[in-house]
Design a protein around this ligand. Structure first.
Ligand SMILES: CC(C)(COP(=O)(O)OP(=O)(O)OC[C@H]1O[C@@H](n2cnc3c(N)ncnc32)[C@H](O)[C@@H]1OP(=O)(O)O)[C@@H](O)C(=O)NCCC(=O)NCCS
Length: 182
């Protein structure tokens, strides 16, 4: 199994473990952090199930799903969660998703997290294309991805079904050769 450890200046990424359930629940269970997600805030039991799936996925060969705890570089605290998913028939391409604990917002950490995910995907996984989809209303995610170098590609209509109904998504992407030049 490939274990993930990735370090940036302010953040680190590592595989989630069962010990992270409570920390991850502060994100997946938060109405603020899930306001643009296609699901209602999760309860602790649901988060525990997500962690079980993540641990199983980490052992798969080839590995197609990375669910990573975002760690404060100065303390062992889990301050966020990041996902990178590869489709089996598009092995050069990965989709990212990310969320931080609300008490961490507004200090540039989200932008740093996107940068770290791009570095992880391109350098450690050897991907060529990394993309993410956000709600059209999610301005912090838009700015974090743009500042980290992920250009807007366009709109997927009725991409997700949410508790409020169908939702469009705006897709951002980065490709390896452009990213290397930056
Ligand atoms: C998206 C998210 C990770 C951004 O994290 P963050 O640490 O607040 O992001 P940053 O501090 O790097 O801010 C990114 C940009 O958004 C701006 N911003 C942050 N919060 C904002 C707000 N509430 N309203 C308007 N702009 C905001 C910042 O000023 C910054 O803009 P700049 O680059 O022009 O300076 C965080 O809001 C989050 O976890 N949201 C819930 C989960 C989510 O929506 N994930 C994205 C799924 S695609």
């Amino acid at each position: 199994m490939r274990r993930v450890v990735c370090k940036g200046e302010r953040l680190g990424l590592r595989d989630v473990t069962e010990a992270d359930v409570d920390a991850l629940h502060t994100i997946y269970g938060s109405p603020a952090a899930t306001q643009y997600a296609p699901f209602a805030p999760r309860d602790r039991h649901e988060v525990s199930g997500l962690v079980d799936e993540a641990v199983s996925a980490a052992a798969a060969e080839p590995r197609l799903l990375y669910v990573l705890a975002v760690i404060d570089a100065e303390r062992p605290d889990v301050i966020g969660v990041a996902r990178l998913r590869i489709e089996a028939d598009l092995p050069h391409s990965g989709e990212i998703g990310f969320g931080l604990r609300p008490d961490q917002w507004g200090r540039g950490i989200g932008t740093d997290l996107v940068r770290l995910l791009l570095s992880f995907g391109f350098k450690q996984l050897g991907l060529h294309r990394i993309w993410g989809a956000r709600s059209p209303a999610n301005l912090p995610a838009q700015l974090a991805m743009l500042t980290a170098g992920m250009v807007e590609e366009g709109r997927i209509r009725h991409h997700l079904h949410t508790p409020q109904g169908w939702r469009d998504s705006i897709v951002h992407s980065a490709v390896e050769d452009e990213w290397t030049q930056r």
